[in-house]
Design a protein. Structure first.
Length: 187
């Protein structure tokens, strides 16, 4: 298991988003992958205040190679890696992995490094000039997940996800969100 992730044995195989991809995704997955607003807010519309964040991993580590490349970081540079589970009423909904470079944290006045159990979406969607720069999509097969996560969540089937590069005042961050079966029921 890599030392820079609780979620994965190895990095998922992300594919760049393109216009035809939308039509290849299952309808319930499309709805989540192309959601333009906060996923936390969407979950709260369905589950109310029972939506909670469980921190799985929160450390300064070297991101995966494609994450480094997407963020245009120097290799072997540490970033804050945060992995969480969004859940409600004992239902696991979304797994998320965020890569926060130091410059981005500094520009955001450290709000991003001290989230605790507060959802990232509540913070970044409050920035007036948040930009969505690019997005990738993947289908994570069970063998990609770490054994610890498989035991905790009992993931048996492939899970779809998106990975988005956002920018706050031109400083990037990378957010990967993976949609568990109970999230896909929240249309």
């Amino acid at each position: 298991m890599p030392t820079n992730s609780f979620l994965f044995n190895y990095e998922p195989d992300w594919k760049p988003n393109h216009p035809m991809l939308r039509h290849l995704l299952p309808y319930d997955v499309q709805s989540w992958v192309y959601e333009a607003h906060s996923l936390t807010q969407r979950l709260r519309c369905f589950y109310g205040d029972s939506v909670k964040v469980k921190i799985l991993f929160h450390q300064w580590k070297t991101p995966f190679l494609s994450e480094v490349n997407h963020l245009h970081l120097r290799h072997q540079r540490y970033s804050l890696v945060r992995e969480v589970l969004l859940h409600a009423d004992d239902k696991p909904l979304i797994l998320a992995r965020t890569i926060l470079p130091k410059k981005t944290i500094n520009i955001a006045k450290r709000n991003l490094s001290h989230l605790g159990t507060r959802p990232l979406g509540e913070v970044i969607f409050s920035y007036p000039h948040l930009e969505r720069l690019e997005m990738d999509v993947c289908c994570v097969k069970p063998e990609t997940w770490s054994n610890s996560l498989l035991q905790e969540l009992n993931i048996e089937h492939a899970v779809w996800g998106r990975r988005t590069v956002y920018a706050i005042q031109q400083q990037p961050l990378l957010v990967s969100e993976l949609f568990l079966p109970d999230a896909l029921k929240c249309l």
